[in-house]
Ligand binder design. Structure first.
Ligand SMILES: Nc1ncnc2c1ncn2[C@@H]1O[C@H](COP(=O)(O)OP(=O)(O)OP(=O)(O)O)[C@@H](O)[C@H]1O
Length: 431
């Protein structure tokens, strides 16, 4: 690499900008976010249009779907990669995520896996129900209108529970509301012109048990936004970014009925909270995961904190395994998912949602530094050491190339280790 090409980027990113190999890559994007563009520029990449010969496409989910559609007839060559799997919605659509996780649990149960162990638990109202011991990481959820009767049955088991209704095809808190009475749901259904009638309803919803005992800090509810990079679904290869963050509500948590419609109390989306009068532009209602860890170690102890973070990794791996068999594992694809997780006051993590297009908009300076680093680390991890996209590469970055990503799972590696162990055992046995 000559000195010309060894370009140290300057400016606000500081330490983030280690020298990168500058090589000729033609990139295309329909998302001109500054954290993306500055990363591409720093690598000396050249921007081209979708009809030109691109090597690297950072596309919106819709553009990616169009590109993979049968009608488009587009065929990628070995030097082209793109940032979504064609049917990412199996993981990122609220209803499909639930459907896939339910199927995965049933399959494990049918195979007699110890992971599918069940036990009886007592609900608030004293009712005893059976739940998965290890795979109970999404709140009880039903898809409406299809599962309306099943929902009513569950609702009656614990009528004092609160439920959250979310439209499947929307984001950023749009169309979400809480209910604590079946009558409220029925009223809404009437006003929305019979959305529970499968033939009449245009939109499906999920209704989930509301996690009404979230862990609070400073009296406020928050959730975690974690980034997970998947480079392959079969074999599964996934990495967790260390620099996730917590997103706080601006108003203190309050479960009283009068506050049920107050979204500044219940929804942690930045897109909701930034409209609140108490929104802070400096920290943007965000706190790093490292600081959360320190806070928990100080207030709850190191062992339970370790256990919580291990459970979070566990739930991410199993949510990915739940979709791995249905994902179109195109070798041109990688994807960075935004995981939304709520921790309850028993330090149990709950998976709320997975986003295929986590926001790359920066609300604060720290946010911008972190997101810049995220993109930098993704690019380094998905490209072979020479920096040129190549699907024939084995997609195993070395530990240096992972930057702030930690390996979550590599089924390839696991298989190799297993067979090495078996061979080791074999030779021991021979002795
Ligand atoms: N089961 C639940 N219990 C408690 N709070 C929840 C639950 N589900 C969602 N929430 C809250 O509602 C917010 C919005 O939910 P969710 O992320 O599923 O919807 P969204 O509008 O699609 O968000 P996004 O913009 O991230 O796609 C979450 O960030 C969380 O604060």
């Amino acid at each position: 690499m000559n000195t010309e090409s060894k370009k140290m980027a300057t400016s606000i990113y500081g330490r983030v900008n280690a020298p990168v190999e500058r090589c000729r890559v033609n990139f295309c994007t329909d998302m001109e976010k500054s954290v993306l563009m500055s990363n591409f520029e720093r690598r000396g990449w050249h921007q081209v249009g979708p009809d030109d010969e691109w090597n690297f496409y950072w596309a919106s989910t819709q553009t990616c779907r169009n590109l993979f559609s049968v009608e488009s007839g587009y065929r990628m060559n070995d030097n082209q990669i793109i940032n979504h799997f064609p049917n990412h919605y199996e993981l990122s659509r609220k209803d499909l995520l639930v459907k896939n996780i339910k199927r995965y649990r049933k399959e494990l149960e049918r195979d007699g896996s110890p992971l599918a162990e069940k036990a009886e638990v007592v609900l608030h109202g004293g009712q005893v129900v059976t739940r998965y011991v290890h795979l109970d990481f999404i709140p009880v959820t039903f898809v409406l209108p299809a599962d309306y009767n099943m929902f009513v049955e569950e609702y009656r088991k614990s009528p004092q529970s609160t439920w959250i209704m979310k439209p499947c095809g929307k984001s950023q808190g749009t169309g979400i509301f809480l209910i604590n009475k079946l009558s409220k749901l029925k009223k809404w259904s009437r006003e929305a012109k019979a959305p529970f009638h499968p033939q009449l309803s245009k939109e499906s919803y999920v209704i989930s048990r509301y996690i009404d005992n979230p862990l609070l800090i400073g009296g406020k509810k928050f959730d975690l936004r974690l980034y997970v990079l998947v480079t392959s679904f079969r074999p599964l290869k996934a990495y967790l970014f260390q620099l996730g963050f917590c997103r706080f509500c601006t108003v203190k948590y309050d479960t009283s009925v009068t506050e049920l419609d107050n979204m500044y109390v219940h929804l942690t989306n930045v897109s909701v909270q930034k409209h609140g009068g108490d929104y802070n532009n400096i920290h943007g209602g965000k706190m790093s995961v490292q600081n959360l860890r320190l806070f928990l170690e100080g207030t709850r102890g190191r062992a339970v904190t370790e256990k919580l973070f291990a459970s979070i990794q566990w739930l991410i791996v199993h949510s990915l395994k739940a979709v791995s068999s249905v994902m179109a594992n195109d070798r041109h694809c990688f994807e960075c998912y935004g995981y939304d997780i709520i921790i309850d006051n028993q330090l149990k993590p709950w998976l709320v949602e997975v986003n295929a297009s986590p926001s790359l908009t920066s609300t604060t300076v720290n946010d911008r530094i972190m997101k810049y680093k995220l993109i930098d680390n993704i690019l380094t991890a998905v490209l072979p050491p020479d920096g040129i996209p190549d699907v024939r590469w084995n997609k195993v970055p070395n530990s240096e190339a992972l930057g702030n990503f930690d390996l979550l799972i590599d089924e390839d590696l696991m298989e190799k280790e297993e067979s090495a162990n078996a061979t080791g055992k074999g030779s021991k046995n021979k002795k």
